[in-house]
Design a protein around this ligand. Structure first.
Ligand SMILES: Nc1ncnc2c1ncn2[C@@H]1O[C@H](COP(=O)(O)OP(=O)(O)OP(=O)(O)O)[C@@H](O)[C@H]1O
Length: 255
């Protein structure tokens, strides 16, 4: 479990995170949602240590990331898989080299073991025959799958995804969401995703944190979101006419 306790973060005197607390559980897909500029990325970066928080604490399974030495942080970083916006693959490396990269840098595996692990990860994302292709030869969805294979190569306990669906068509986005959901369950990972994709929210949002102007103003599940009477949350969610109609139908049925 990852715990965020009373976290504050400012840039040049401007408070971007204000007393944010949240618990992200293992084996669950946790989403951070909110408008552009609400502080989602700053929160995610604070959790992984790309930003130092001004106040408050980040705790990984009882280990205070905020207060530990750089050496201990390195250990936690090895337990983290990251899926960046836009996949962030190395264009000059093949699919196989991209997926193997974290193993080359962080593991003591032999060449044969690395090959085996790389192939296992590629198989897991249904890309068995793509080893020798370059990112430019792949569709956006395939690139995302390579990025997922790379993110799980070190068998992480924690998976962070920043807007995993950006740039994908709705159908491919669902495939990627489902893949993230399945691997979260398979490896009992604590997965945290930043998104404003309402399909993801409704499809895989087991636990959702809604951030507005740097504050957590709501948390709950994808089912609870449909019956919430939190005005700020509803203004955000039902900016979509379609979802407004879904909510009305849902409430009419009295579920
Ligand atoms: N390194 C930084 N220096 C100064 N200000 C920053 C920095 N990073 C983020 N901010 C500011 O913090 C605020 C929150 O930004 P953040 O990127 O977390 O928003 P977001 O919710 O992730 O938005 P989006 O959905 O558009 O990615 C913004 O006002 C942004 O300008």
């Amino acid at each position: 479990m990852i715990e965020v306790k009373n976290v504050y973060k400012s840039f040049d005197g401007v408070e971007v995170l204000k007393n944010v607390s949240a618990r992200f559980e293992p084996g669950k897909v946790n989403l951070i949602i909110g408008r552009s500029g609400s502080g989602k990325t700053v929160l995610l970066k604070s959790i992984v240590g790309l930003h130092e928080v001004d106040k408050g604490e980040i705790i990984y399974d009882g280990r205070s990331f905020t207060n530990m030495s750089e050496k201990d942080r390195k250990q936690i970083r090895k337990e983290i898989g990251m899926l960046f916006q836009g996949s962030a693959l190395f264009d000059s490396k093949t699919v196989e080299e991209n997926v193997r990269f974290p193993l080359d840098v962080f593991s003591d595996l032999s060449v044969a073991e690395k090959k085996e692990r790389t192939n296992f990860c590629l198989k897991r994302v249904n890309l068995e025959n793509a080893n020798n292709l370059y990112p430019s030869e792949l569709s956006g969805g395939m690139q995302k799958r390579v990025a997922i294979a790379r993110a799980i190569s070190l068998n992480p306990k924690y998976l962070f995804c920043d807007e995993p669906n950006s740039g994908l068509d709705p159908k491919t986005a669902i495939v990627i969401d489902e893949l993230i959901y399945e691997i979260t369950k398979e490896y009992n990972m604590t997965t945290i995703i930043n998104t404003h994709d309402m399909n993801s929210v409704m499809g895989i949002g087991e636990k959702i944190i809604f951030i507005s102007e740097g504050q957590k103003v709501w948390e709950g599940s994808n089912n609870e979101i449909l019956i919430s009477d939190n005005k700020q949350l509803n203004d955000f969610i039902y900016a979509s006419k379609f979802l407004k109609q879904v909510r009305e139908g849902f409430l009419k049925k009295g579920i």
